[in-house]
Write a protein that binds this ligand. Structure first.
Ligand code: ZN
Length: 310
């Protein structure tokens, strides 16, 4: 048993140096671990530290070039910034990135919750895919605008894992009023390469490129207790208003102005009440189904009378 544990510890030390770009002799590490743990009864963590220090000195490696060893944690354990951690997660959503320094941004999660992740372009990693599970090794926790996130840098490793990770339910139902529609809603243009929203014919990553039209609404729903930032796609909008992409283009052509679509959508939807079901992301509620709230007046009056009589 202890022999196995020593092999495990040996592997951890060797791997840590390897991840930092140094090869160390596994036999030598194992021999020293045995000596410290079995002969001198030194606790595991101290034995590891002692050997790591010995190797740093022996190989003349500056301490800061050795990557910090990170513990395997759960999403819910992440509460402090600037910690090196590893975690097994599923990629829940990939988001649009507006910054060329970011390669990918989105949401990952495990059975304890979800967290935003950022993969820096400099990290030079293969892209991750939605719905797949990965081991994110040696990532750094960070806090941005009061929320925790994890950052993937060049010392991090991402490897796909053959495990199914089940997330807590994210679907919620909200009944409330649409109190705001953002300016970047309506008939928008997306980059053909990366699907990011373009501004004045320019993709934030690919510059001046050809795009394609899309229809969406970014807005705010207020249910009287909370506000939800929601994203409605073309299908949602078409179901509500009858205005799909084709109709939106016709409006834009008729008025010779793409923003006419936004004005029309605002006129029809702003201030109205809706019942919707969506997936809760870190920031946005991605709407799956949305309908106008129809209040059954007769039923409401009956309820009111009953409550007065009671
Ligand atoms: Zn692009």
């Amino acid at each position: 048993m202890i022999e196995e544990r020593i092999k495990e510890l040996t592997q951890q030390i060797v791997q840590r140096f390897k991840d930092s770009g140094y090869d160390v002799n596994a036999k030598e590490v194992e021999k020293r671990l045995k000596l410290l743990i079995l002969e001198f009864k030194v606790p595991e963590s101290e034995a590891k530290r002692t050997i790591t220090n010995y190797l740093l000195k022996e190989l003349d490696i500056p301490r800061e070039s050795l990557i910090t060893e990170s513990e395997l944690v759960k999403v819910a354990d992440i509460t402090k910034p600037n910690q090196w951690v590893s975690l097994k997660v599923k990629v829940v959503q990939l988001w649009d990135s507006n910054s060329p320094s970011i390669s990918q941004v989105g949401l990952v999660g495990d059975e304890t919750g979800t967290i935003k992740f950022v993969i820096w372009a400099k990290a030079d990693k293969d892209p991750v895919e939605e719905g797949k599970c990965y081991l994110f090794k040696n990532v750094v926790t960070d806090s941005f605008a009061g929320r925790m996130q994890i950052n993937v840098n060049k010392n991090s490793e991402i490897s796909e894992i053959d495990e199914e990770i089940t997330l807590p339910p994210r679907e919620i139902e909200v009944v409330g009023a649409l109190i705001s529609i953002q300016q970047n809603s309506g008939l928008i243009r997306r980059c053909k390469t990366c699907n990011r929203v373009m501004s004045k014919g320019v993709c934030p990553i690919h510059g001046k490129v050809e795009g394609y039209d899309d229809l969406r609404i970014k807005g705010v729903i207020d249910d009287g207790e909370n506000v939800y930032e929601v994203v409605l796609n073309e299908q949602n909008i078409k179901n509500l208003t009858g205005i799909g992409l084709k109709e939106a283009k016709e409006i834009a052509e008729e008025f010779l102005d793409r923003t006419a679509v936004l004005a029309e959508l605002k006129k029809r939807l702003l201030g109205k009440y809706f019942k919707l079901v969506g997936d809760r992301g870190e920031r946005y509620l991605i709407v799956k189904n949305i309908e106008f709230l129809r209040i059954d007046v007769k039923k409401e009056v009956e309820k009111l009378i009953n409550s007065l009589e009671a």
